[in-house]
Design a protein around this ligand. Structure first.
Ligand code: PLP
Length: 416
């Protein structure tokens, strides 16, 4: 764990029956498939299906607009889901939790709305060299519209951020720092609390891309003091098409809406429309009602296991994976060896395209991801076309890792 992470607490060691937990996931339990593509999307537990089924059978209707009983029940469940998310990330107020279509949608929303409110020609947005395209392109689109510029924190050879470059990159023109917490390509855990403190010392608000952090560690938005934070439900055992944009009320609420229609209005006239406050201001149209309600059940399930326990297990699995890879496979180059990392291990088999490795692993029933992982600037930084990425979740096992290495050995022999 990073020395720069002052809020990290020691891990607990309460015994957990991880085999019983694995049995909760119908697509992997008892199947031969080794699923190491969790950073792309994670598998779904039975509670997710049960929550969907329960609502479909008992209390489904559109929310907010109906006087009838079903609509009120659905509204109660949808708003209860918002409360569950707020509790999960320790937001001060559930109105600070906006449901979106996912991390990409959250960042597009913020880039548009923040840009309209605060960005003038010549202003700067600070990103890092390890961002997912979802945390680059929305800012570029906004910067082009507004005449602003993108600045980039460099990435060091080991896949960590060059913190010494920070002071030279932050100044009066910097209007926002938008930064990934855990890299989806390298697994690097950035020292987010430190970076937020640093940016705040310059009066710069911070948006955290927590797409790969929220599935793997406890999130406390008040403790880290981030201004905005985004994540996707489908990477944390929940539904696709649902995400969260958290924002501190005093910064979030004054921003102009991104999309119009549905619950975001206060009063519509052809001359002028007025808008709701948080959270409805940013939830135009019918939301993902079933998804939000099922996601709340999944968050209760994860909280019941304990996010600290999940983090400890995933750190242990991925560091054991990383160690064995480095010790036993001289034919392999690990990409990203930062001291603090979780879940993701990226590598190349020397002299071979990652796609060939991925196909041969798939032939042995192992799902990994190959390619640039939506991080082309990061791949350019390392001068590589992409990597083979194994990304682990708490329901993976040491035994799967052993079987993976047998399959990797065979793959390397076949490639020769
Ligand atoms: N940010 C990071 C770090 C990611 O890993 C991803 C997805 O892989 C995204 C953003 C985009 O998430 P989504 O496709 O769910 O919007």
């Amino acid at each position: 764990m990073s020395q720069l992470n002052p809020i990290a607490a020691p891990y607990t060691t309460a015994p957990i029956d991880w085999n019983a937990i694995r049995a909760d996931f119908p697509l992997i339990a008892g199947h031969d498939l080794i699923y190491f593509d969790n950073a792309a999307s994670s598998q779904k537990p039975k509670v997710f299906l049960e929550a969907m089924e329960n609502m479909v059978k008992n209390s489904y209707a559109n929310v907010h607009r109906g006087v009838h009983r079903l609509s009120q029940q659905a509204t109660d469940q949808y708003e209860a889901a918002r409360k569950t998310v707020a509790k999960f990330i320790n937001a001060a107020d559930e109105a600070e939790v906006v449901f979106t279509g996912g991390t990409t949608d959250s960042i597009n929303t913020l880039a548009y709305s923040f840009g309209e409110a605060h960005i003038q020609p010549g202003d700067e947005i600070l990103l890092s060299g390890m961002e997912h395209h979802a945390n680059i392109v929305p800012w570029q689109l906004m910067a082009e519209r507004k005449g602003a510029h993108i600045k980039v924190i460099p990435v060091l050879e080991n896949g960590s951020l060059d913190l010494e470059a920070l002071d030279a990159l932050m100044g009066p023109k910097t209007k926002l720092l938008s930064l990934v917490w855990v890299s989806n390509s390298l697994g690097t855990v950035n020292p987010i609390p430190y970076l937020i403190q640093k940016a705040h010392a310059y009066g710069i608000p911070v948006m955290v891309d927590a797409a790969q952090a929220a599935p793997h560690m406890p999130i406390d938005v008040q403790a880290i003091d981030c201004d905005f934070l985004a994540f996707s439900a489908h990477k944390m055992c929940g539904p696709t098409g649902l995400g969260v944009l958290y924002g501190k009320r005093h910064l979030f609420e004054p921003l102009p809406p991104y999309r119009g229609g549905g619950d975001m209005i206060d009063r519509v006239r052809f001359e002028k429309t007025t808008f709701q406050g948080l959270p409805f201001r940013f939830e135009a149209g019918t939301p993902h009602i079933l998804g939000a309600v099922a996601f709340a059940s999944v968050l209760a399930y994860l909280s019941n296991i304990g996010m600290r326990q999940i983090e400890a297990r995933e750190r242990q699995l991925s560091s054991s994976f990383r160690q064995q890879l480095q010790q036993n496979f001289p034919e392999v180059n690990a990409i990203g060896t930062a001291a603090d990392s979780v879940s993701v291990v990226s590598f190349l088999v020397k002299g071979h395209h990652p796609m060939d490795v991925g196909v041969l692993l798939d032939n042995q029933n192992i799902a990994v991801r190959t390619g640039h992982h939506c991080c082309q600037p990061l791949m350019d930084r390392f001068g590589i076309p992409g990597t083979v990425r194994a990304s682990l979740a708490f329901y993976n096992t040491e035994e799967e890792i052993e079987r993976f290495f047998v399959a990797l050995r065979k793959t390397i022999q076949l490639l020769r």
